[in-house]
Design a protein around this ligand. Structure first.
Ligand SMILES: C[S@@+](CC[C@H](N)C(=O)[O-])C[C@H]1O[C@@H](n2cnc3c(N)ncnc32)[C@H](O)[C@@H]1O
Length: 302
């Protein structure tokens, strides 16, 4: 049973049942192509692959090159990857009682990763190692694409989940992997397509760093460009669903998404966010689920 192999901000595991209830009916009845243009750790992708035998083809995309390379390595060289990760895990767990040497080990791996001069399998192993051992599993890079998250406080984190990597490798044989801007996914559509968009969320406060996944910020202009793309898909007859933060929940006068998606169906759902640097800010927040087809939830919200 393949599941996400990374911790990723905005992971959708807690929203799966809400997403399931809001799927377009046609999707669950016929063969279809699933397209996820902002895949991240792929919580929805793996769930879809598990639950829909009629999912004929899946196409995933992300702008993060290190992330998509890691998917590619799992798909094509997972055994080699596992053997490197096992070695990292043994070495790291050995240092459990030696904070200084553990730190040195982590920062040395981070430096190696940032040099970006190793082969794709080694880079993928370093990417997974850093994700499992860094502070809160965050992914943050500076303007020069240098990963800069400090060491986390996990004692013996799982760095190599052999069984899951094998399962992920198997299911990825059915998936096309793309790296770049989300708009390129349009070129890969077939007969019956379903798009699920989980873009970097609009921050709920100025200090919130939720959307710092890549070196380029996903600001309001980007949110508008995404809406334009969704409108275009709608005119072409494709089905889509999109998640975002409910800024109105924080400030009742903030109609940003209500105005932007006024031609579509908006539901407000409750979700628990687990990645937030500030523990007091973790907790229940509303999220938006927007679709270009009617759902029961959207009817209730309206
Ligand atoms: C909210 S996360 C997705 C979380 C994912 N659903 C999960 O379960 O982990 C948003 C993703 O969008 C990616 N991204 C940012 N800008 C992008 C762009 N212009 N095109 C494609 N992907 C982009 C980021 O790298 C990040 O992985």
């Amino acid at each position: 049973m393949a599941k996400p192999f990374l911790k990723w901000a905005g992971g959708k595991t807690q929203l799966l049942n809400v997403i399931e209830n809001a799927l377009p009916e046609r999707i669950t009845r016929q063969n279809f192509t699933y397209i996820e243009p902002f895949v991240g750790s792929g919580a929805v992708l793996f769930w879809m692959l598990r639950n829909f035998p009629n999912l004929e083809r899946a196409i995933i995309n992300d702008i993060n090159e290190d992330l998509i390379n890691t998917y590619k390595v799992i798909a094509n060289n997972h055994q080699e990857l596992v053997s490197i990760l096992k070695e990292f895990q043994n070495e790291y767990h050995h240092l459990v009682n030696n904070e200084e040497r553990k730190k040195m080990y982590f920062y040395n791996k981070r430096e190696l990763f940032n040099a970006r001069n190793l082969n794709i399998v080694d880079q993928a192993a370093l990417f997974i190692f850093l994700n499992r051992t860094c502070f809160n599993g965050l992914y943050r890079v500076n303007r020069n694409n240098q990963f800069n998250v400090p060491i986390g406080s996990y004692k013996k984190p799982t760095i190599c989940d052999t069984e899951n990597l094998k399962a992920v490798s198997e299911v990825l044989q059915r998936v096309e992997l793309l790296c770049g801007d989300y708009q390129q996914t349009l070129k890969f559509t077939a007969e019956n397509n379903f798009f699920y968009f989980d873009p970097p969320y609009k921050p709920l406060s100025n200090t919130s760093s939720f959307n710092a996944y890549a070196k380029d910020e996903f600001n309001d202009i980007e949110q508008i460009r995404l809406r334009d793309f969704c409108s275009h898909l709608d005119t072409l007859g494709h089905h889509w669903m999109l998640s975002n933060s409910d800024v109105k929940g924080k400030d009742p006068n903030d109609n940003f998404f209500d105005d932007l998606y006024t031609d579509f169906f908006i539901s407000r759902v409750s979700a628990k966010r687990s990645i937030n640097a500030n523990a007091s800010k973790r907790g229940k927040l509303n999220e938006l689920l927007i679709t270009n087809y009617a759902t029961e939830q959207a009817m209730q919200t309206a």
